[in-house]
Write a protein that binds this ligand. Sequence first.
Ligand code: UN1
Length: 496
Amino acid sequence: MAKAVRNFISGIWSDSVEGKWFVSRNPADTREVIAEVPLSVRADVDRAVSAARAAQPDWRLLPAPRRGEILYRAGELLIKNKQALGELVSREMGKVIAEGLGDVQEAIDIAFYMAGEGRRLQGETVPSELADKDCKSLREPLGVVALVTPWNFPIAIPAWKLFAALICGNTIILKPSSETPACAAALVEILAEAGVPAGVVNLVCGPGEEVGEYLLTHPDVDAASFTGSCAAGERLERLLAPLHRPLALEMGGKNAIIVMDDADLKLALEGAIWGGFGTSGQRCTAASRLIVQERVYDRFVKLLAERAASLRLGNGLKMDTDVGPLINDAQGRKVLEYIRIGKEQGAKLVVGGYRLADGELADGFFIAPTIFADVTPAMRIAREEIFGPVVSVITFSTLDQAIDIVNDIPFGLSSAIYSRDVNITARAERELQTGVVYINASTIGAEVQLPFGGWRHSGSGHPEAGGKGGAIDFFSRVKVIYRDFSGKLQKAQIDK
Ligand code: UN1
């Protein structure tokens, strides 16, 4: 059943130069090996970078609408293979099948969005201050770009980066998380089948420190894009600073939902459960803080506890599973450590807080959906990203206090507010310091036609996905052209 994943370099599926392997496993049942994968070394990265460099001139010069047609075909192939890919996501990453299919759907959406960009890729034309002169800007690719992607959206996040980079005319080396290489390989296979020429997209699998970091800092790479932990992102910022290389980072979050007294509590409850425990809380957009106004606090905590206790844990491929496993033991242990810290700092554990390992759950790392009440904003569980099924509930009395609590942490990715009062939601919309704000909806579920990115420590300010200010701006650079057709020396105002 195990698939043999290979590196993909110059259009050829190949082993690592040293011939070593590692395996990726099903986190819901680690006895199941999903794929055997090349344990690549630096020489593999060198080969992939050379391949991308060699393919760069032809790909850059292929008209963008033609590049778009290839992406369109990739979108069609993703639709055709959606069920199988969704199941692969669920098996390799652990998320429930509905979310696995959603992961693929995000890739489909971005494929068609970026395919259409092939007929836009707009620059601008503006009038010149001189007669017989015109001024315009146009977009050019950055060149060879390195992408390093995480395991929590193993098809969607590589697709966001790949399709945006490709439509702009870049050639690529993708290094996916070692937890989910089979998903990345399946996506690359689809791109190859769609007609992406040899060398334009290259895949190298292997460990983050050895292969990922070497790739992102490689002397012959022109730009780098990384989604992952804050610690890794900050390290990359330091390493890449002397290289003067464009770097896009999407990192952590500690996203909050504000629940006002006047909110539709049933709706807020559904949003809190979905945002807190979807993907087992392993989303950078997870709603890990609930900030609930005094008058409804006790009632809301009670409702939350009941709903959280009713969630069924299990293998994501089973239709009645609500919450899957953690990605691996290390992540599971980290989450348990935060649960210990929460108790130690005096938060009130109202539900969950333990690992489940009986019967079918014995060979995965499952943690019961966990809710802490009476959390104060200074506690570590209210400030640090846990990346697991742990939600902290904090109370407040005024809207200003709630907004301060949301904003008073280093992260700034996503936030939400539930209220029926348009004046309250308008003020929150203006004051919340996050890249994405939801009104009467949870903190997750960003769509691809608008930019997606975190503020402050959550990101480098180069959002993913579509829309003005989105990924096209990162993966292209602007060239400005002034053309003088007067046939004489004309001086601009400033030169006179
Ligand atoms: C992530 O968790 O890294 O808005 C990305 C969302 C998804 C993307 C999450 N569309 O939750």
